[in-house]
Design a protein around this ligand. Structure first.
Ligand SMILES: Cc1cc2nc3c(=O)[nH]c(=O)nc-3n(C[C@H](O)[C@H](O)[C@H](O)COP(=O)(O)OP(=O)(O)OC[C@H]3O[C@@H](n4cnc5c(N)ncnc54)[C@H](O)[C@@H]3O)c2cc1C
Length: 373
């Protein structure tokens, strides 16, 4: 089967990696370099990490068994999220270059600096910016959050976004583990984060719909010192990057013999903004169908198998809506959890937001109390 893939980002390359042994793969990327421009932090759960292949071990920057959650108006209180399995920080550009090398070693072709102008779902063809047109048996649309082609094909209509911005900082003091920071002066809709890369470098990031750069500056200038235990804060910003985070419910995933993957079809986790988990689930389904010879059968079977992921994500959207309705914002929920003295939550599944049974009871109690108050 001849497969054309639009976009050599995480989803385009991971899908190419998993199918290139069995199908003829051609990937089109508008940029001249794999992995750039950067936008992602690179945090993934252990089972997603394992699926990426053993070589990705060499692209690992750090790993964690807990995050600390803080609300900036309660600097002395914190909630520890203790993970059953580790969370890995991967060097995404390096991992994507590894995916690209493997794809090419299997005979797949990656065309860099080849922007795709449009995709025609009627004859399964890709038209390039240079005016040429190529036909395929199957097309994978992995164009990322801009989703221009996906929208033209009518898979998604309106997509809501947050803007995520990040800075890599060189600091004097080590950060022990990641922090997730809530507070109205940081983000109304989301949160900020600090993730240690190594003893001397960390990522400070924040996502919101409005003025994220100014809010990230505030996070660094006003709050960073508390987390580094430093009386005098000294840091140097070595890199700034970011991108759009789709916050809409998942779009339609297929049209004719075209399959959408990743941010292009909004399979982001709504409460954390993580997109790599959804990509892992989509690619795993695609890989399991690699022996099918008919593209029609493959697309039909894929759409039915990917439904479970979509239900799971829609449930997470529902939880997010309920939180906003009941507590007005995620910031207020965090304050309620802190005030009710819940200071440690065991996280059984990082991606599916499954927490330990005793924590479920505590959170249910808190929600029930807030319903009757
Ligand atoms: C600030 C921030 C932090 C994040 N942190 C995390 C995290 O820690 N963990 C996590 O799981 N997720 C995280 N995410 C989300 C994650 O980065 C995305 O879900 C993921 O990158 C989506 O991969 P993708 O392949 O769908 O899109 P992308 O990685 O954006 O790749 C799309 C590719 O398609 C190319 N392209 C687009 N249009 C065309 C065209 N017309 N022709 C040719 N090429 C084209 C682009 O150049 C790009 O290379 C973060 C996102 C942001 C913004």
């Amino acid at each position: 089967m001849k497969v054309g893939i639009v976009g050599a980002g995480f989803s385009g390359l991971l899908s190419a990696l998993k199918i290139a042994k069995y199908m003829d793969v051609e990937v089109f990327e508008e940029h001249a370099r794999i992995g750039y421009p950067r936008h992602c932090t690179g945090l993934v759960s252990e089972y997603v990490f394992n699926y990426l292949g053993s070589e990705v071990g060499e692209c690992t920057l750090n790993s964690f068994n807990r995050y600390i959650v803080r609300h900036v108006s309660r600097p002395n209180d914190e909630i520890e999220l203790r993970f059953k399995e580790r969370v890995y920080l991967i060097d995404r550009p390096k991992a994507e270059q590894y995916f690209a090398d493997v794809v090419q070693s299997y005979g797949g072709i990656i065309y860099l600096s080849h922007g795709v102008k449009s995709v025609d779902a009627r004859d399964t063809s890709i038209s390039l910016m240079d005016g040429s047109k190529k036909r395929y048996d199957l097309i994978i649309l992995a164009e990322g959050s801009r989703a221009n082609i996906v929208r033209k094909l009518g898979l998604c209509r309106e997509i809501k976004y947050l803007i995520g911005v990040q800075a890599v900082l060189r600091v004097q003091n080590e950060l022990d583990h990641p922090y997730v920071l809530f507070g109205d002066d940081l983000s109304n809709e989301f949160f900020g984060w600090l993730v240690p890369i190594d003893e001397k470098n960390l990522i400070a990031g924040l996502a919101d719909a409005v003025e994220p750069y100014n809010k990230l500056k505030r996070l660094i200038s006003r709050y960073l010192r508390q987390f580094l235990n430093a009386s005098q804060l000294s840091y140097e910003i070595t890199e700034i990057f970011g991108g759009l985070i789709p916050m809409s419910k998942p779009c339609n995933q297929v049209i004719n013999k075209v399959i959408g993957l990743g941010d292009a079809v909004s399979v982001t986790k709504p409460l954390s903004g993580g997109g790599i988990y959804g990509i892992y689930r989509q690619v795993r389904e695609l890989e399991s169908l690699k022996s099918l010879c008919s593209p029609e059968d493959l697309v039909k079977e894929y759409s039915s198998r990917v439904k479970r992921l979509l239900h799971e994500l829609r449930l997470q959207h529902l939880i997010k809506d309920l939180i906003n309705r009941k507590f007005n914002s995620i910031n207020n929920l965090i304050l309620r959890i802190i005030d009710s003295r819940i200071n440690c939550i065991k996280v059984v599944d990082y991606d599916k937001l499954v927490i330990g049974p005793s924590e479920i009871l505590k959170v249910l109690k808190l929600i029930t109390l807030s319903v009757y108050n």
